[in-house]
Design a protein around this ligand. Structure first.
Ligand code: OSB
Ligand code: MG
Length: 384
């Protein structure tokens, strides 16, 4: 990270897992399934700052309830945090900094979303202890980030999609991302182009297409005619060669999401010609350190990046918005306003102002759960 001033560690007294059930304002359907609620897993770090004052830090684990987007899922994340990640973090003493999440956990494989939640919680506590905002720590170059919106496959088909997109455009979102799958792709996206003209439009297939199925390829070729900003993750996460095989035929840049777990993946994908844009989600890649490393690797290669989302509450979104405020994140992010997801966010809400979200200015991530929202939440104490 860019910060020049090193952060003092925090003396951890407790790590808690807090689960909160949050109903979405509307179902969110992708090629991998339909979600109506999010069971949000929060990591809360409690500890002492250098001057012995109490500090608390928060991180959101972005796992879905089931292993549908990647191998990770919420119950698995809770177990690996409890039995492996937190014990490894505290093994060599209770004085902990965010860099230890990379160091002391290096021998453990995978579980990047769980790891990221722990990293952000530790960093949040450290930053609060010195009264410094995360965006400053990351070297933010803007105080607001351009916001896009990711629109699920609606129960009501194309008509419902047109209505939802009209609403989001009226609210001021700067670009629209539509979820597609075989059978719901060319027709609805053509209808959107017809209805809304030259709006910034892109699609996300969440790996639903088969690179050897002629009907799937015909649909992707037809989407390529629609002037999209990008085509996100048409093929499987491990299918870099499939992306490299088909991408050169398309004018539309391919953006990879599920395929990119670290900076080396990004370098490989770019070198192979598998993508021309990278979606960076700090959960998917194991935290902010790796997210920034991917950004740097993409910048060296002249590949644009943008900040993706996983239907976060205000806790996760606060970290995303700080990341999206840094150099290189010039494309609109999947960081929408709180009311796109929740009737009531867990934190003070994020609002859309002139198509942008304001970067939090408070210490740490700049957001914390409202006490009422946590009152009935389940808490599992991991240590201390
Ligand atoms: O592929 O970008 C994705 C949500 C859950 C899982 C995967 C994805 C998404 C989104 C939502 O597109 C983005 C958001 O948080 O608004
Ligand atoms: Mg995606």
């Amino acid at each position: 990270m860019r910060s020049t001033r090193p952060l003092p560690p925090v003396a951890v007294t407790a790590v808690d897992l807090v689960r909160v059930v949050m109903p979405l304002v509307r179902p969110f359907t992708t090629s991998f399934g339909r979600q109506t609620v999010r069971t949000v897993l929060l990591v809360r770090i409690r500890g002492g700052a250098a001057d012995d004052t109490e500090v608390v830090g928060w991180g959101e684990c972005v796992t879905p309830a089931a292993p549908v987007y990647s191998e990770e899922f919420t119950d698995g994340a809770a177990l690996v945090l409890r039995d492996h990640l937190v014990p490894a973090l505290l093994r060599d003493g209770r004085e902990v900094g965010a860099e230890h999440v990379g160091g002391r956990l290096r021998h453990l494989h995978g579980h990047r979303m769980a790891r990221a939640a722990l990293e952000v919680a530790v960093l949040d506590a450290q930053l609060r202890a010195v009264d410094r905002p995360l965006a400053d720590h990351l070297g933010a170059v803007r105080d607001r980030v351009p916001a896009g919106v990711s629109v699920g496959i609606p129960d009501g088909g194309t008509d419902a999609l047109l209505e939802q997109v009209a609403g989001y455009l009226a609210e001021g979102y700067l670009r629209i991302k539509v979820k597609v799958e075989p059978g719901f792709d060319v027709a609805p996206v053509t209808a959107l182009r017809g209805a809304f003209g030259a709006v910034a439009l892109q699609v996300d297939a969440n790996a639903a297409y088969d690179a050897d199925a002629p009907d799937h390829l015909a649909a992707l070729d037809a989407l390529d005619e629609l002037g999209l900003e990008m085509l996100e993750q048409p093929f499987g996460p491990a299918r870099l060669r499939d992306h490299a095989r088909h991408a050169p035929r398309w004018r539309t840049p391919v953006c990879l999401d599920e395929s990119i777990h670290d900076a080396a993946d990004a370098a490989d994908a770019i070198a192979m010609g598998a993508c021309r844009i990278v979606n960076i989600k700090l959960g998917r890649v194991g935290g902010l350190v790796e997210a920034v490393a991917i950004r740097d690797r993409c910048q060296e290669a002249g590949v644009p990046v943008w900040c993706g989302g996983m239907l976060e509450t205000g806790i996760g979104r606060a970290a995303n918005v700080a990341l999206a405020a840094t150099e290189g994140f010039d494309l609109p992010a999947d960081t929408s306003a709180s009311d796109r997801y929740w009737a009531e966010d867990l934190t003070e809400p994020f609002h859309l102002l002139d198509g942008h979200l304001a970067v939090p200015t408070g210490p740490g991530i700049g957001r914390e759960p409202r006490p009422e929202a946590l009152r009935d939440a389940e808490v599992e104490r991991l240590s201390g």
